[in-house]
Design a protein around this ligand. Structure first.
Ligand code: AMP
Length: 193
């Protein structure tokens, strides 16, 4: 499968996040998967790419031209293929189009945005690809609570919890990603309960 991994650009995070994301990348490659990612060399993007490279997998990076032109972020230089769209929106579209599944590792604003967009699109049945959150060291416990509260108060329909999996267990994460999605839910069921 082509798995899109979203994750932090920041390099100044606890090294344990880096280590576990490198292991994720390596394990993905060993299980025959390739990587689609944001093309950054730092943070958890770089970690995922290094792991996949170590495991012998192939890598597609997608990073807007202005990142290089304006020296915003170091680009991972061992991508097998690098796409350089003009805008962040085009980047997200290319990442989505080129992936069969999505894994969200810990991250900041960019990662949250990517997660919510891909989840929104799934809720609206615009795609039906697995989405899994890798909850390294409980980073996403707070997000889980926010989502649960929104469900309890009926802002999010309860059956939307079936649209993604959150786990800190690497095997469970990859097994979920590799399992075809149940596509019996319609937009109406997801929106109306
Ligand atoms: P953040 O979680 O804010 O660190 O943003 C990381 C996510 O957003 C990645 O999955 C990228 O696709 C995108 N992104 C945001 N900032 C950068 C950056 N400086 N370099 C590369 N990608 C970035």
């Amino acid at each position: 499968m082509r798995i899109c991994v979203y994750g932090a650009a920041s390099p100044t995070i606890d090294p344990e996040y880096i280590k576990q994301t490198e292991i994720l990348g390596e394990e993905m490659a060993k299980r025959g998967h390739s990587l689609v990612f944001g093309g950054g060399a730092n943070g958890l993007m770089g970690a995922a790419a290094r792991g996949v490279k170590k495991g012998g997998g192939s890598i597609l990076g997608v990073i807007p031209k202005f990142f290089e032109n304006e020296a915003i972020e170091a680009i991972y230089d061992e991508c097998d293929e690098l796409l350089t769209p003009d805008t962040m929106r085009e980047r997200k579209q290319l990442m989505e189009d080129n992936a069969d599944a999505f894994i969200i590792t810990p991250g900041g604003i960019g990662t949250y945005e990517e997660f919510f967009e891909i989840l929104t699109l799934k809720q609206l049945c615009r795609h039906n690809k697995p989405i899994a959150i890798f909850n390294i060291m409980g980073y996403y416990d707070g997000l889980n609570e926010v989502m649960n509260q929104a469900m309890q108060k009926n802002f999010i329909r309860e059956n939307c919890s079936s649209l993604f999996r959150i786990t800190d267990n690497l095997d469970e994460l990859l097994e979920y990603i590799e399992t075809p999605v149940d596509d019996t839910l319609t937009v109406k069921q997801l929106k109306d309960g």
